[in-house]
Design a protein around this ligand. Structure first.
Ligand SMILES: *Cc1c(COP(=O)(O)O)cnc(C)c1O
Length: 390
Protein backbone atom coordinates (compact mmCIF):
# COMPACT_ATOMS: atom_id res chain seq x y z
CA UNK A 1 0.00 0.00 0.00
CA UNK A 2 1.10 3.54 -0.71
CA UNK A 3 1.42 6.10 2.03
CA UNK A 4 -1.43 8.56 2.30
CA UNK A 5 -0.75 11.21 -0.31
CA UNK A 6 -3.04 14.22 -0.13
CA UNK A 7 -3.47 16.85 -2.83
CA UNK A 8 -3.51 20.31 -1.29
CA UNK A 9 -6.93 21.87 -0.68
CA UNK A 10 -8.08 25.27 0.40
CA UNK A 11 -10.77 24.40 2.94
CA UNK A 12 -13.46 27.09 2.76
CA UNK A 13 -16.40 24.89 3.68
CA UNK A 14 -18.21 24.74 7.04
CA UNK A 15 -15.41 22.61 8.55
CA UNK A 16 -12.88 21.19 8.76
CA UNK A 17 -10.97 24.44 8.36
CA UNK A 18 -7.32 24.69 7.29
CA UNK A 19 -4.96 23.36 9.97
CA UNK A 20 -1.84 25.49 10.42
CA UNK A 21 1.61 23.95 10.15
CA UNK A 22 2.38 24.48 13.83
CA UNK A 23 -0.64 22.37 14.82
CA UNK A 24 0.31 19.55 12.45
CA UNK A 25 3.89 19.66 13.70
CA UNK A 26 2.74 19.44 17.33
CA UNK A 27 0.69 16.36 16.45
CA UNK A 28 3.79 14.70 15.03
CA UNK A 29 5.56 14.87 18.43
CA UNK A 30 6.27 11.48 20.04
CA UNK A 31 3.35 9.79 21.74
CA UNK A 32 3.87 9.46 25.49
CA UNK A 33 1.76 7.79 28.17
CA UNK A 34 -1.46 9.32 29.40
CA UNK A 35 -0.20 8.97 33.00
CA UNK A 36 3.16 10.65 32.28
CA UNK A 37 3.60 13.85 34.38
CA UNK A 38 4.88 15.49 31.20
CA UNK A 39 1.50 14.87 29.63
CA UNK A 40 -0.39 16.18 32.67
CA UNK A 41 1.31 19.55 32.17
CA UNK A 42 -0.17 19.66 28.67
CA UNK A 43 -3.57 18.60 30.03
CA UNK A 44 -3.49 21.41 32.62
CA UNK A 45 -2.53 23.97 29.97
CA UNK A 46 -5.30 22.82 27.63
CA UNK A 47 -7.91 23.16 30.38
CA UNK A 48 -6.68 26.59 31.36
CA UNK A 49 -6.56 27.86 27.75
CA UNK A 50 -10.03 26.42 27.09
CA UNK A 51 -11.38 28.41 30.07
CA UNK A 52 -9.94 31.58 28.54
CA UNK A 53 -11.41 30.94 25.09
CA UNK A 54 -14.81 29.91 26.52
CA UNK A 55 -14.78 32.93 28.86
CA UNK A 56 -15.38 30.84 31.98
CA UNK A 57 -14.00 29.92 35.38
CA UNK A 58 -15.89 26.60 35.35
CA UNK A 59 -13.92 23.85 37.08
CA UNK A 60 -15.37 21.31 34.69
CA UNK A 61 -13.78 22.46 31.43
CA UNK A 62 -12.14 19.82 29.24
CA UNK A 63 -12.04 18.35 25.75
CA UNK A 64 -14.37 15.35 25.42
CA UNK A 65 -12.81 12.56 23.33
CA UNK A 66 -14.70 12.62 20.05
CA UNK A 67 -15.92 15.24 17.58
CA UNK A 68 -18.47 17.97 18.33
CA UNK A 69 -21.31 15.46 18.27
CA UNK A 70 -19.68 13.59 21.17
CA UNK A 71 -19.88 16.84 23.13
CA UNK A 72 -23.56 17.13 22.24
CA UNK A 73 -24.22 13.57 23.37
CA UNK A 74 -22.27 14.15 26.59
CA UNK A 75 -24.37 17.22 27.35
CA UNK A 76 -27.65 15.46 26.73
CA UNK A 77 -26.99 12.03 28.18
CA UNK A 78 -25.72 13.55 31.47
CA UNK A 79 -28.20 16.37 31.96
CA UNK A 80 -31.41 14.79 30.65
CA UNK A 81 -33.24 12.11 32.65
CA UNK A 82 -36.00 9.93 31.21
CA UNK A 83 -39.27 11.86 31.24
CA UNK A 84 -37.63 15.31 31.45
CA UNK A 85 -39.15 18.04 29.31
CA UNK A 86 -36.53 19.76 27.17
CA UNK A 87 -37.20 22.73 24.88
CA UNK A 88 -35.03 22.49 21.77
CA UNK A 89 -34.73 25.44 19.42
CA UNK A 90 -34.70 24.05 15.88
CA UNK A 91 -33.58 26.55 13.24
CA UNK A 92 -31.49 24.14 11.17
CA UNK A 93 -29.89 20.70 11.04
CA UNK A 94 -27.92 21.01 14.26
CA UNK A 95 -30.93 21.96 16.36
CA UNK A 96 -32.76 18.99 14.86
CA UNK A 97 -29.95 16.67 15.94
CA UNK A 98 -30.40 17.72 19.54
CA UNK A 99 -34.08 16.75 19.35
CA UNK A 100 -33.04 13.24 18.27
CA UNK A 101 -30.45 13.01 21.03
CA UNK A 102 -32.96 14.17 23.68
CA UNK A 103 -35.44 11.49 22.52
CA UNK A 104 -32.76 8.79 22.61
CA UNK A 105 -32.01 9.83 26.19
CA UNK A 106 -35.68 9.27 27.06
CA UNK A 107 -36.50 12.97 27.29
CA UNK A 108 -39.63 14.66 26.05
CA UNK A 109 -38.52 17.17 23.39
CA UNK A 110 -40.59 20.30 22.88
CA UNK A 111 -39.54 21.65 19.51
CA UNK A 112 -39.39 25.42 19.15
CA UNK A 113 -39.42 25.62 15.36
CA UNK A 114 -37.84 28.64 13.65
CA UNK A 115 -37.84 29.17 9.86
CA UNK A 116 -34.43 28.30 8.40
CA UNK A 117 -32.35 31.43 7.88
CA UNK A 118 -33.85 33.23 10.88
CA UNK A 119 -33.05 33.56 14.58
CA UNK A 120 -35.37 32.89 17.53
CA UNK A 121 -36.57 35.79 19.66
CA UNK A 122 -36.37 36.00 23.44
CA UNK A 123 -40.13 36.62 23.49
CA UNK A 124 -40.75 33.35 21.67
CA UNK A 125 -38.59 31.54 24.22
CA UNK A 126 -40.44 33.12 27.16
CA UNK A 127 -43.77 32.15 25.60
CA UNK A 128 -42.64 28.54 25.11
CA UNK A 129 -41.33 28.36 28.68
CA UNK A 130 -44.69 29.61 29.92
CA UNK A 131 -46.50 26.92 27.92
CA UNK A 132 -44.20 24.23 29.34
CA UNK A 133 -43.58 25.16 32.99
CA UNK A 134 -42.09 21.74 33.76
CA UNK A 135 -39.16 22.40 31.39
CA UNK A 136 -35.84 21.15 32.82
CA UNK A 137 -33.53 22.44 30.10
CA UNK A 138 -33.45 24.61 26.99
CA UNK A 139 -31.08 23.56 24.20
CA UNK A 140 -30.03 25.99 21.46
CA UNK A 141 -27.38 26.38 18.76
CA UNK A 142 -25.45 29.66 18.90
CA UNK A 143 -23.93 29.42 15.41
CA UNK A 144 -26.17 27.37 13.10
CA UNK A 145 -23.75 26.02 10.48
CA UNK A 146 -26.54 24.74 8.21
CA UNK A 147 -28.12 28.19 7.71
CA UNK A 148 -25.41 30.74 8.58
CA UNK A 149 -27.48 32.33 11.35
CA UNK A 150 -26.00 33.64 14.57
CA UNK A 151 -28.47 33.22 17.43
CA UNK A 152 -28.10 36.16 19.83
CA UNK A 153 -28.51 34.76 23.34
CA UNK A 154 -28.61 37.95 25.41
CA UNK A 155 -31.06 37.54 28.27
CA UNK A 156 -31.74 33.87 27.53
CA UNK A 157 -30.07 32.44 30.63
CA UNK A 158 -32.06 34.74 32.89
CA UNK A 159 -35.36 33.65 31.33
CA UNK A 160 -34.37 29.98 31.56
CA UNK A 161 -33.04 30.17 35.12
CA UNK A 162 -36.18 31.93 36.35
CA UNK A 163 -37.98 28.69 35.52
CA UNK A 164 -35.38 26.57 37.30
CA UNK A 165 -34.13 25.12 34.01
CA UNK A 166 -30.63 24.83 32.54
CA UNK A 167 -29.38 26.41 29.32
CA UNK A 168 -27.44 24.14 26.96
CA UNK A 169 -25.62 25.87 24.10
CA UNK A 170 -23.94 24.40 21.00
CA UNK A 171 -21.02 26.73 20.22
CA UNK A 172 -19.30 24.38 17.75
CA UNK A 173 -18.98 26.96 14.95
CA UNK A 174 -18.51 29.93 17.30
CA UNK A 175 -15.60 29.03 19.60
CA UNK A 176 -12.40 30.78 18.51
CA UNK A 177 -14.18 32.87 15.84
CA UNK A 178 -16.49 35.04 17.93
CA UNK A 179 -17.01 35.77 21.64
CA UNK A 180 -18.79 32.93 23.44
CA UNK A 181 -18.73 34.51 26.94
CA UNK A 182 -19.96 31.49 28.90
CA UNK A 183 -19.84 33.16 32.34
CA UNK A 184 -21.06 36.59 31.29
CA UNK A 185 -24.04 35.03 29.50
CA UNK A 186 -24.51 32.50 32.29
CA UNK A 187 -24.68 29.39 30.07
CA UNK A 188 -24.85 26.09 31.97
CA UNK A 189 -23.66 23.40 29.58
CA UNK A 190 -21.62 24.24 26.49
CA UNK A 191 -19.86 22.15 23.85
CA UNK A 192 -17.78 22.86 20.78
CA UNK A 193 -15.51 21.18 18.23
CA UNK A 194 -11.88 21.58 17.24
CA UNK A 195 -12.16 21.67 13.43
CA UNK A 196 -14.11 24.88 12.95
CA UNK A 197 -12.79 28.24 14.19
CA UNK A 198 -10.01 26.70 16.32
CA UNK A 199 -8.41 25.15 13.21
CA UNK A 200 -7.28 21.87 14.74
CA UNK A 201 -8.27 18.56 13.11
CA UNK A 202 -11.65 17.06 14.07
CA UNK A 203 -11.52 14.70 17.04
CA UNK A 204 -12.11 16.58 20.29
CA UNK A 205 -15.07 18.44 21.72
CA UNK A 206 -14.22 21.31 24.09
CA UNK A 207 -16.82 21.13 26.86
CA UNK A 208 -17.70 23.14 29.94
CA UNK A 209 -20.41 22.97 32.62
CA UNK A 210 -21.37 25.35 35.43
CA UNK A 211 -21.63 24.46 39.14
CA UNK A 212 -25.39 24.87 38.71
CA UNK A 213 -25.32 22.12 36.07
CA UNK A 214 -23.07 19.86 38.15
CA UNK A 215 -25.55 20.10 41.02
CA UNK A 216 -28.21 18.79 38.64
CA UNK A 217 -25.88 15.92 37.80
CA UNK A 218 -25.36 15.11 41.51
CA UNK A 219 -29.12 15.00 42.04
CA UNK A 220 -29.94 12.58 39.22
CA UNK A 221 -32.27 9.80 40.25
CA UNK A 222 -31.32 7.49 37.35
CA UNK A 223 -27.85 6.38 36.24
CA UNK A 224 -26.27 8.05 33.19
CA UNK A 225 -27.04 5.76 30.25
CA UNK A 226 -23.53 5.80 28.80
CA UNK A 227 -20.30 4.33 30.04
CA UNK A 228 -17.90 6.30 27.84
CA UNK A 229 -19.56 9.71 28.05
CA UNK A 230 -20.36 9.66 31.77
CA UNK A 231 -18.97 12.98 33.05
CA UNK A 232 -18.55 11.74 36.63
CA UNK A 233 -16.39 8.89 35.37
CA UNK A 234 -14.09 10.71 32.95
CA UNK A 235 -13.75 13.88 35.00
CA UNK A 236 -11.67 11.87 37.51
CA UNK A 237 -8.87 11.87 34.95
CA UNK A 238 -9.18 15.59 34.18
CA UNK A 239 -9.43 16.55 37.86
CA UNK A 240 -6.92 16.17 40.71
CA UNK A 241 -7.26 12.40 41.00
CA UNK A 242 -5.90 11.48 37.57
CA UNK A 243 -7.76 8.18 37.58
CA UNK A 244 -7.65 6.26 34.32
CA UNK A 245 -11.02 6.06 32.57
CA UNK A 246 -10.13 5.90 28.87
CA UNK A 247 -6.83 6.65 27.18
CA UNK A 248 -6.62 10.33 26.35
CA UNK A 249 -6.19 10.89 22.57
CA UNK A 250 -2.59 12.05 23.10
CA UNK A 251 -1.73 13.47 19.66
CA UNK A 252 -5.08 15.23 19.31
CA UNK A 253 -4.48 16.94 22.64
CA UNK A 254 -1.04 18.10 21.44
CA UNK A 255 -2.80 19.56 18.41
CA UNK A 256 -5.48 21.29 20.47
CA UNK A 257 -2.78 22.67 22.78
CA UNK A 258 -1.01 24.25 19.84
CA UNK A 259 -4.24 25.54 18.25
CA UNK A 260 -5.23 27.19 21.55
CA UNK A 261 -1.73 28.66 21.94
CA UNK A 262 -1.98 30.16 18.44
CA UNK A 263 -5.41 31.56 19.27
CA UNK A 264 -4.21 33.24 22.46
CA UNK A 265 -0.95 34.48 20.87
CA UNK A 266 -3.03 36.27 18.27
CA UNK A 267 -5.32 37.61 21.01
CA UNK A 268 -9.02 36.84 21.23
CA UNK A 269 -10.27 40.32 20.30
CA UNK A 270 -7.89 40.55 17.34
CA UNK A 271 -8.96 37.12 16.19
CA UNK A 272 -12.66 37.99 16.38
CA UNK A 273 -11.97 41.25 14.49
CA UNK A 274 -10.12 39.33 11.79
CA UNK A 275 -13.10 37.01 11.33
CA UNK A 276 -15.50 39.96 11.11
CA UNK A 277 -13.28 41.84 8.69
CA UNK A 278 -12.73 38.87 6.37
CA UNK A 279 -16.43 37.94 6.43
CA UNK A 280 -17.36 41.55 5.53
CA UNK A 281 -14.99 41.38 2.55
CA UNK A 282 -16.50 38.08 1.38
CA UNK A 283 -20.06 39.47 1.66
CA UNK A 284 -19.15 42.60 -0.30
CA UNK A 285 -17.39 40.54 -2.97
CA UNK A 286 -20.33 38.16 -3.40
CA UNK A 287 -22.85 41.00 -3.53
CA UNK A 288 -20.76 42.84 -6.12
CA UNK A 289 -20.94 39.69 -8.23
CA UNK A 290 -24.72 39.82 -7.99
CA UNK A 291 -25.24 37.09 -5.40
CA UNK A 292 -27.90 37.30 -2.72
CA UNK A 293 -27.02 36.31 0.83
CA UNK A 294 -29.53 34.12 2.67
CA UNK A 295 -29.34 35.76 6.09
CA UNK A 296 -30.17 39.33 7.16
CA UNK A 297 -27.07 41.31 8.27
CA UNK A 298 -28.32 41.65 11.88
CA UNK A 299 -28.18 37.88 12.54
CA UNK A 300 -25.63 36.87 9.92
CA UNK A 301 -22.96 34.53 11.18
CA UNK A 302 -19.35 35.56 10.68
CA UNK A 303 -17.92 32.04 10.48
CA UNK A 304 -20.30 30.61 7.83
CA UNK A 305 -21.72 32.59 4.91
CA UNK A 306 -24.76 31.22 3.11
CA UNK A 307 -25.35 32.46 -0.41
CA UNK A 308 -28.25 31.70 -2.75
CA UNK A 309 -27.35 29.75 -5.88
CA UNK A 310 -28.72 31.52 -8.98
CA UNK A 311 -31.39 29.32 -10.65
CA UNK A 312 -29.47 28.65 -13.89
CA UNK A 313 -26.30 27.46 -12.14
CA UNK A 314 -25.43 23.76 -11.87
CA UNK A 315 -24.60 23.49 -8.16
CA UNK A 316 -22.96 20.05 -8.21
CA UNK A 317 -20.82 20.77 -11.29
CA UNK A 318 -19.67 24.09 -9.90
CA UNK A 319 -18.56 22.65 -6.55
CA UNK A 320 -16.94 19.74 -8.36
CA UNK A 321 -14.94 22.12 -10.57
CA UNK A 322 -13.93 24.29 -7.64
CA UNK A 323 -12.65 21.23 -5.78
CA UNK A 324 -10.98 19.31 -8.57
CA UNK A 325 -9.66 22.13 -10.73
CA UNK A 326 -9.11 24.97 -8.26
CA UNK A 327 -8.49 22.86 -5.15
CA UNK A 328 -11.07 24.88 -3.21
CA UNK A 329 -13.70 23.27 -1.01
CA UNK A 330 -17.02 24.96 -0.29
CA UNK A 331 -20.24 23.14 0.69
CA UNK A 332 -23.79 22.88 -0.55
CA UNK A 333 -26.94 23.28 1.48
CA UNK A 334 -28.37 20.68 3.87
CA UNK A 335 -31.95 19.47 4.18
CA UNK A 336 -34.48 21.90 2.73
CA UNK A 337 -31.66 24.20 1.57
CA UNK A 338 -30.00 21.49 -0.49
CA UNK A 339 -29.34 22.76 -4.05
CA UNK A 340 -30.45 26.25 -2.99
CA UNK A 341 -27.39 27.64 -1.19
CA UNK A 342 -23.64 27.35 -0.85
CA UNK A 343 -21.99 27.48 2.53
CA UNK A 344 -18.63 29.22 2.74
CA UNK A 345 -16.53 29.00 5.89
CA UNK A 346 -14.61 31.96 7.28
CA UNK A 347 -12.99 29.96 10.01
CA UNK A 348 -9.82 30.17 12.05
CA UNK A 349 -6.65 29.89 10.02
CA UNK A 350 -8.70 30.05 6.78
CA UNK A 351 -10.15 33.48 7.58
CA UNK A 352 -7.82 35.56 5.38
CA UNK A 353 -8.52 38.11 2.67
CA UNK A 354 -6.22 36.30 0.21
CA UNK A 355 -8.35 33.14 0.54
CA UNK A 356 -11.56 35.07 -0.13
CA UNK A 357 -10.03 36.66 -3.25
CA UNK A 358 -8.88 33.25 -4.47
CA UNK A 359 -12.41 31.92 -4.05
CA UNK A 360 -14.12 34.92 -5.69
CA UNK A 361 -11.83 34.71 -8.71
CA UNK A 362 -12.31 30.95 -9.13
CA UNK A 363 -16.05 31.23 -8.64
CA UNK A 364 -16.30 33.87 -11.37
CA UNK A 365 -14.27 31.75 -13.78
CA UNK A 366 -16.37 28.63 -13.18
CA UNK A 367 -19.62 30.59 -13.54
CA UNK A 368 -18.40 31.98 -16.87
CA UNK A 369 -17.86 28.38 -18.02
CA UNK A 370 -21.52 27.77 -17.29
CA UNK A 371 -22.41 30.71 -19.51
CA UNK A 372 -22.99 33.13 -16.68
CA UNK A 373 -20.83 36.24 -16.84
CA UNK A 374 -20.80 38.21 -13.59
CA UNK A 375 -18.78 41.26 -12.53
CA UNK A 376 -15.60 40.75 -10.50
CA UNK A 377 -16.02 40.84 -6.73
CA UNK A 378 -12.34 41.45 -5.97
CA UNK A 379 -12.34 45.21 -5.73
CA UNK A 380 -15.46 45.32 -3.55
CA UNK A 381 -13.93 42.69 -1.26
CA UNK A 382 -10.71 44.65 -0.90
CA UNK A 383 -12.55 47.90 -0.27
CA UNK A 384 -14.76 46.31 2.39
CA UNK A 385 -11.69 44.76 3.99
CA UNK A 386 -10.04 48.16 4.34
CA UNK A 387 -13.28 49.80 5.53
CA UNK A 388 -13.69 47.22 8.27
CA UNK A 389 -10.15 47.53 9.57
CA UNK A 390 -10.03 48.74 13.13
C1 LIG B 1 -20.04 20.68 12.96
C2 LIG B 1 -21.14 20.91 13.94
C3 LIG B 1 -21.57 19.94 14.87
C4 LIG B 1 -21.08 18.53 14.85
O1 LIG B 1 -19.75 18.39 15.04
P1 LIG B 1 -18.97 17.11 14.48
O2 LIG B 1 -17.57 17.51 14.79
O3 LIG B 1 -19.27 17.01 13.03
O4 LIG B 1 -19.41 15.94 15.24
C5 LIG B 1 -22.54 20.29 15.79
N1 LIG B 1 -23.08 21.51 15.80
C6 LIG B 1 -22.73 22.46 14.91
C7 LIG B 1 -23.38 23.80 14.99
C8 LIG B 1 -21.74 22.19 13.97
O5 LIG B 1 -21.39 23.13 13.08
Amino acid sequence: MNVVNIKPRLLLGPGPSPVPHRVRRAMAEPVIGHMDPQFFEIVDDVQSMLRTVFGTQNRLTLPVSGTGSAGMETAIINFVEPGDTIIVVVAGIFGHRMVEAVKKAGGHAVVMEIPWGQAASLEHLKQTLQEHPQTRMVAVVMAETSTGVCQPLEGWAQAVHQRGALLLVDVVTALGGMPVDVDRKDFDVVFSGTQKCLSAPPGLSPFTASENALERLDNRTTPVASWYLDINAFRQYWGQNRVYHHTAPISMIYGLHEALSLTLEEGLEKRYDRHRQVAASLWAGLEAMGFELLVAPSVRLVSVTTVRIPPSVDDVRLRHDLLHRDGIEIAGGLGSLSGKIWRIGVMGHGARLSNMIELLVALRRRLAEQGRDVPSGVEAAETAYRANNR
